[in-house]
Design a protein around this ligand. Structure first.
Ligand SMILES: C[S@@+](CC[C@H](N)C(=O)[O-])C[C@H]1O[C@@H](n2cnc3c(N)ncnc32)[C@H](O)[C@@H]1O
Length: 280
């Protein structure tokens, strides 16, 4: 393995330069992720169970009527939110790109006698339909993980999939103290672990793109194979004004913000996160 190649990993990439690999669908990593989603006491992959319950309580309280509604959960993971909605009698659809998560969610719903429509695939590709849903959610800062072109395309689809007066709820990371949100360089060598079931070395680093309010979190995996696998997470941070501008371009209205839904915690919690509710 060329040392030059390893050293080049420390060079700041051009904004939005793609990595070589995608984490959510990797066979080994997605199994690890499923276990992490299902841990009720961590805020990794999914938030803690108590936080999810509080979030769903708020989401359902935003609904003006007490009728049963049609809900779409984008990036539903193993169904931690969808199952609570379904238990409340709502008609629920969940979409996720991870086969492991969708397989788990489908089995779990069957065992619990919950009728939830799960679909495996990318919400960027799947047809979300027209005027179908009263409520669409996208939770855990996932909108901010998309590139701006993908974000715009998804918002167009969400708008079109909502019924008139339907509501879209999502959360994003707030644009405060970005310098403190950069993680220091680190490495980990492991015989088996999160990234691989064979020996590997992971080099982790992050880069701030101040003007664009983006941090790239990058993890490079060196293992027995010749090439280095690079996982890049382009993470966007927003102000309430940024969100307003983005949503208004897509004709969303009645935009409201909440920064007090989540308990304090890491940068993915507390008032580091802006929850947004908007209407078609
Ligand atoms: C941070 S997790 C959040 C999961 C869930 N919303 C929650 O809060 O418990 C992001 C989820 O989005 C899924 N995902 C990532 N990209 C996706 C895409 N393009 N289409 C559908 N699902 C995607 C992942 O598989 C993962 O389950």
């Amino acid at each position: 393995m060329k040392i030059d190649k390893i050293i080049s990993l420390s060079e700041k990439p051009k904004l939005y330069e793609k990595g070589t690999s995608f984490m959510w669908t990797d066979e080994h990593i997605s199994k690890q992720l499923l276990q992490i989603h299902l841990n009720p006491d961590t805020d990794l992959a999914s938030r803690k169970k108590s936080t999810i319950e509080k979030t769903v309580e708020w989401i359902l309280a935003t609904q003006l009527s007490f009728e049963k509604i049609n809900i779409l959960d984008l990036g539903c993971g193993p169904g931690l939110y969808t199952e609570i909605f379904a238990r409340n009698g709502h008609k629920v659809t969940g979409i996720d790109i991870s086969k492991n998560s969708i397989d788990y969610a489908t089995k779990s719903a069957e065992e619990k006698g919950l009728n939830i429509d799960y679909q495996m695939g990318s919400y960027l590709d799947i047809d979300l339909g027209k005027e179908k849903y009263d409520l669409i959610i996208l939770i855990y800062a996932d909108l901010g993980a998309l590139l701006p072109t993908e974000r715009e395309a998804l918002l167009v689809k969400i708008y079109s999939a909502l019924k008139k007066g339907g509501i879209f709820i999502f959360d994003v990371l707030k644009d405060k103290g970005l310098n403190e949100k950069i993680s220091p360089k680190s490495w980990e060598a492991s015989k088996v672990g999160f990234w691989r079931d064979t020996p590997y070395l992971v080099l982790s680093e992050s880069f701030l793109y101040d003007k664009e309010k983006v941090i790239l979190f990058q993890h490079s995996i060196i293992d027995h194979s010749e090439d280095i696998k690079i996982y890049r997470f382009w993470t966007h941070f927003f102000s309430q004004q940024d969100i307003t501008d983005i949503l208004k371009q897509q004709n969303f209205r009645n935009i409201e913000f909440r920064e007090d839904i989540l308990p304090e915690g890491d940068m993915w919690n507390g008032n580091n996160v802006i929850f947004t509710k908007c209407e078609k």
